[in-house]
Ligand binder design. Structure first.
Ligand code: AMP
Length: 318
């Protein structure tokens, strides 16, 4: 494993500033609002730049080679990460197989992505090498910036993903924001005592199925095992609910991994991705924020996930 350069975050900031300056990165300042609804924390970010984000329709076309009617030849769909835009590139080669690039349509400053140098599909599971590269990048971003970052991977047509080339995203959490998995997986007895093969942890309040595992060891194989534990629970939920697609959000911090199986990408035109499932809700304007508040954040998240299924130990198997 190649170490993350010691000036990595400095490069992120420099590349971000110059790409904003040159117009290669679309970043509009946002306003935000914090709320606690029914015991859960939410942070609403009102981001006009979201209006230019590609829709999930582009993922649907990128998943399969498009066949032109006239010539019956496969056409390579547009891939924003092959190659990454040079003005957005932070590391052109990290751990041999990856590059780090800034998000062209940033919802928060310094939103960066780990992308595979060769095309790998977004709808295939992450492998131990992806997980280790992601985890080390997150750790370096935290220690070099002094901010706490969250990593996330939107996979499948209902996950909020819009690009078919494998990418794992990173943003700094809003100052003081505590995502709900912290309450079960940071400094708790259950987190300390959690061991491989055990049933994942859950939080009592969210009304959607979610599975959390604490992270103790950070070798590739340990991360891979914890991820496969979560993926297996997500697949069971999808199967039990007769889902037609495999869609989930995977999120991680230094302390935990979480997976949220997804039943739909949006509700009433409100698109939800990984950030949404921990309560970081993005709105395209004040009107959209009003709609989110009226509908209620927990009801929105309930609609795009699956019901919580309380299992007894006998039912639990891989
Ligand atoms: P997702 O929508 O979760 O698949 O994430 C893909 C991200 O890539 C989105 O947040 C887009 O804003 C971002 N993106 C789209 N085109 C580019 C590009 N050319 N360079 C860098 N990031 C991009």
């Amino acid at each position: 494993m190649t170490a993350v350069p010691s000036d990595f975050y400095e490069r992120v900031i420099k590349t971000f500033d110059s790409a904003v300056e040159s117009g290669d990165l679309v970043y509009s300042k946002s306003t935000s609002k914090d709320a606690n609804v029914d015991g859960l924390n939410y942070h609403y970010e009102i981001v006009p730049a979201l209006a230019t984000k590609p829709s999930t329709k582009s993922l649907e076309t990128e998943n399969d080679a498009v066949i032109t009617e006239e010539r019956n030849k496969p056409v390579k769909p547009f891939d924003p990460f092959d190659p990454p835009h040079p003005k957005l590139l932070v590391l052109d080669q990290y751990n041999s197989d990856y590059a780090v690039v800034l998000n062209k349509f940033a919802v928060v400053p310094c939103h960066f992505l780990l992308v595979t140098r060769e095309f790998q599909p977004q709808n295939a599971p992450l492998n131990p090498s992806d997980l280790e590269a992601s985890y080390l990048l997150l750790k370096a971003a935290n220690s070099q910036s002094g901010k706490r970052h969250i990593g996330f991977f939107n996979s499948g047509p209902n996950s909020g993903a819009s690009v078919a080339h494998r990418h794992i995203q990173f943003v700094a959490l809003p100052e003081g924001f505590k995502p709900f998995p912290d309450e079960v997986a940071v400094s708790t007895k259950a987190a300390r005592e959690y061991s491989d093969g055990q049933k994942p942890l859950t939080h009592d309040l969210p009304k959607f199925a979610h599975f959390i595992v604490p992270i103790h060891e950070t070798e590739q194989d340990d991360l891979g095992f914890r991820f496969s534990t979560l993926l297996s629970r997500a697949l069971t939920t999808l199967r039990e609910n007769e889902s037609k697609s495999i869609s989930y959000n995977f999120l991680f911090t230094e302390e935990w991994f979480m997976i949220v199986p997804r039943s739909s990408e949006s509700v009433d035109d409100l698109s939800i991705n990984s950030m949404g499932v921990i309560g970081l809700l993005l709105a395209k304007g004040e009107d959209e924020l009003e709609r989110i508040e009226e509908k209620g954040p927990s009801s929105i998240l309930e609609s795009v996930g699956f019901p919580v299924h309380v299992e007894n130990e006998q039912e639990y198997d891989y």
